[in-house]
Ligand binder design. Structure first.
Ligand code: HDE
Length: 689
């Protein structure tokens, strides 16, 4: 099209004089720009007569509505995205020519989407599941997509098994349920018939699979990638994201209840943090190693079911990502963002990890299915922010249509901005890795050890975390109907850790123990504890970014409340007031304060700790309400710190906890609000057991 047309003699460029509704709002129009006279009544033959086919406004509106949905992602359907930037801490030019890692202090825009894997788009956030952690870096040499997870290993070693893995995890095909849960026969049947899954299952049954917030979890590139420097030298690299907020998870019974109380818990948390200006940050770390290390490492670095312990190859921090902006439109950005593992930039390369190789096909293919056109790359969220020019053309919804005559190469047309050429010096070059061998369908024997790192993960956890894992295995397997599948899982656990296997078997009520599964290789007993694998050993020691739920009633001490709030603000923490009525409460001195939640809409599972700030009358009246008793007893059961004053005793007693108050119960009148908030830095009172 020639220069865009400008209306003459009118305000602006778009004929706005015609396009106002006359009341400060712009005019509503059809998609063709025709102003609409009435958007609430269809065109009828007579006041009570039939609607006429001629009604172009109705037809266009309903037609567009009918086509609003696009296929949801086959995995990672439920996600939440945010904008931000990546800041490079130092030049890595000695190991990679990747443009993003050349200049200290440079900022590169990013878009990050977090997700669950198995559930459909409308499933609850707190499913026990792996979380996707996908980052699109809009670098000056093209988009680099680091499409990772919050767990550093994966269930399978070869991409050809992925459709089976996902079929087994999602709803069973005959009944269409269960939704967003691996606690069913098909999943445990498949994984227990695929011993390579054992290591990942340990992570999936750990608290990593029920994070408190996207803000409080790590991310991992999972595969081994390559860094290539300007001289063409190669080093291997594994990518890590470390949350500056610290690591934190919820407990399983809490997760089950959060899913009911607020199925949007994770996305709401991220939205609120971004809106409040509390921008989450992750540092990017790299584990860099050479061929010599790879050759001597106990496991194959191409095997995605294995990690390299940080104690063995330290994680070097090379930059940070800050998320600082919500999307303007969920569909346009979070839904239409198309991550592709094949989106790579000069200086970074793939390895022969057979899982990664398969992914490089899958992501491109899936975007075509989801977004309906090869031109999904032109959508603003997917388009590179650097100059981009090639001879690909046309197709559905082509919107970036170059001018000029040259659309092939080689050509002898003038050198201009529409006539690009390949760049032999600076263009992307694959690492020239020598290749040999017979074409074969074969699983390398270097992939055969399925249990040693599973064991290492288990022994690296604290006792509290190990108990959570045992309970998770027992919970999931209690939902498996076929005894033979339960037994098969336990037969693998026997190869991991005997006490783990026995305690799961006991919880499930086995009458006898199965034999250990036949192992391709014996489990190594010599792998050392790796503290980096535990969440609790890396506890945040801050209440910043966490939320206190304060149960209040009429007649409370306003000074005490404002002291608590001041201490919370100083810590950088958040709070909500939970009251019998959302309209709020009137304090002892007559001051009225609005509440954030009504008590049955603000259960204690939504908070990291709770405070019972009640008048005696308030506590007595709340002690009649089951939801108020649940508020207290759940907080206690989930090993949370509970702050209280003597006035709250009628409610505490009604919740049956009068004799259960341990050191995790803090009388804020005696210890004072400041000390109370400092105590909350421990996050949970695990000693409660
Ligand atoms: Fe994915 N994966 N995946 N995956 N994956 C998709 O792509 C696939 C794997 C991951 O927020 C799909 O756009 C195969 C590992 C994330 O939009 C699909 C294999 C890891 C996301 C796909 C894997 C991931 C996806 C579905 C085995 C961690 C969400 C929709 C070879 C390193 C990205 C889509 C977003 C999404 C295929 C294994 C992470 C079907 C074939 C390992 C974070 O293409």
């Amino acid at each position: 099209m020639a220069e865009s047309f400008k209306y003459q003699g009118q305000k602006g460029q778009g004929g706005e004089l015609h396009q106002t509704a006359g009341n400060g709002h712009p005019a509503m129009t059809t998609a063709q720009g025709c102003p609409i006279h009435d958007d609430q009544n269809s065109l009828k033959a007579g006041q009570r007569g039939p609607t006429v086919l001629e009604d172009h406004v109705l037809r266009e509106k309903i037609f567009h509505f009918d086509h609003e949905r696009i296929p949801e992602r086959v995995v990672h359907a439920r996600g939440f995205g945010a904008h931000g930037y990546f800041e490079t801490y130092e030049s890595l030019s000695d190991i990679t020519s990747a443009d993003i890692f050349q200049r200290k202090g440079e900022k590169t825009p990013v878009f990050t989407r977090f997700s669950t894997v198995a559930g459909n788009k409308g499933s609850p956030d707190l499913a026990r599941d792996v979380r996707g952690f996908a980052v699109k870096f809009y670098t000056q040499q093209g988009n680099w997509d680091l499409v990772g997870n919050n767990i550093p290993v994966f269930f399978i070693q070869d991409a050809i098994k992925f459709p089976d893995l996902i079929h087994s995890a999602k709803q069973e095909p005959d009944r269409g349920f269960p939704q967003a849960q691996t606690a069913h026969d098909n999943f445990w049947d498949f994984t227990s018939l695929s011993p390579e899954s054992t290591h990942m299952l340990m992570w999936a049954m750990s608290d990593r699979a029920i994070p408190r917030s996207f803000r409080f979890m790590e991310g991992f590139g999972v595969h081994t990638f390559k860094f290539i420097n300007a001289e063409g030298e190669m080093k291997y690299v594994k990518f890590h994201w470390k949350p500056k907020q610290g690591l934190q998870s919820v407990v399983w019974n809490e997760a089950l209840k959060i899913n009911g109380a607020d199925p949007d818990f994770h996305r709401r948390d991220m939205w609120n943090a971004l809106q409040a200006g509390d921008f989450p940050e992750w540092e990017l770390g790299v584990q860099v190693f050479d061929q010599d290390f790879a050759d001597n490492f106990e496991f194959d670095v191409l095997d995605a079911t294995k990690l390299i312990p940080e104690e063995q190859v330290p994680v070097k921090i090379v930059g940070k990502m800050v998320l600082n902006n919500v999307v303007d439109n969920f569909f346009a950005e979070t839904e239409q963002v198309a991550f592709c593992t094949q989106n790579i930039v000069p200086g970074i390369d793939f390895t022969n990890d057979p899982l990664l190789q398969g992914r490089n096909f899958s992501y491109l293919d899936t975007q075509l299915k989801r977004l309906g056109s090869t031109n999904f790359t032109q959508l603003p969220i997917n388009a590179p922010k650097c100059p981009m020019r090639h001879f690909q053309q046309d197709g559905h919804m082509a919107m970036q249509n170059p001018k000029g005559r040259a659309n092939y190469e080689p050509n002898s047309w003038d050198a201009d901005e529409n006539n690009p050429r390949a760049c032999p010096e600076t263009g992307y070059q694959s690492h020239a890795e020598p290749m040999e061998g017979s074409k074969t369908r074969y699983r390398s024997e270097t992939f055969a050890d399925h249990y040693s790192q599973a064991r290492q993960f288990y022994i690296s956890q604290t006792e509290t975390e190990q108990k959570h894992m045992r309970d998770a295995f027992a919970f999931e397997l209690s939902k498996v109907e076929r005894l033979a599948i339960r037994e098969r899982v336990v037969s693998h656990l026997l190869n991991v850790d005997k006490t783990l296997a026995e305690s799961v078997a006991q919880e499930l009520g086995f009458l006898e123990m199965p034999e250990p599964a036949e192992a391709a290789m014996p489990t190594r007993q010599d792998l050392p504890v790796s503290d980096a694998l535990s969440i609790l050993k890396n506890a945040p020691n801050t209440f910043k970014g966490r939320k206190l739920g304060i149960l209040v009633s009429d007649g409370i001490d306003a000074d005490m409340l404002s002291n608590v709030i001041d201490s919370l603000m100083a810590e950088g923490a958040m709070f909500e007031l939970v009251a019998p009525k959302v309209g709020g409460v009137t304090c002892s001195k007559g001051k009225h304060i609005a509440a954030h939640q009504k008590v049955d809409g603000g259960p204690s599972v939504l908070y990291d700790a709770v405070l019972l700030l009640l008048s005696e009358d308030g506590a007595t009246s709340l002690s009649m309400k089951p939801e108020a008793k649940d508020f207290v007893s759940d907080a206690h059961a989930h090993q949370k710190f509970v702050g209280y004053t003597a006035n709250a005793m009628p409610l505490i007693k009604a919740a049956g906890l009068g004799d259960a108050m341990d050191d995790g119960w803090l009388d804020i009148e005696s210890i004072k609000p400041d000390a109370f908030i400092k105590q909350l830095r421990d996050i949970r009172f695990w000693a409660r057991g």
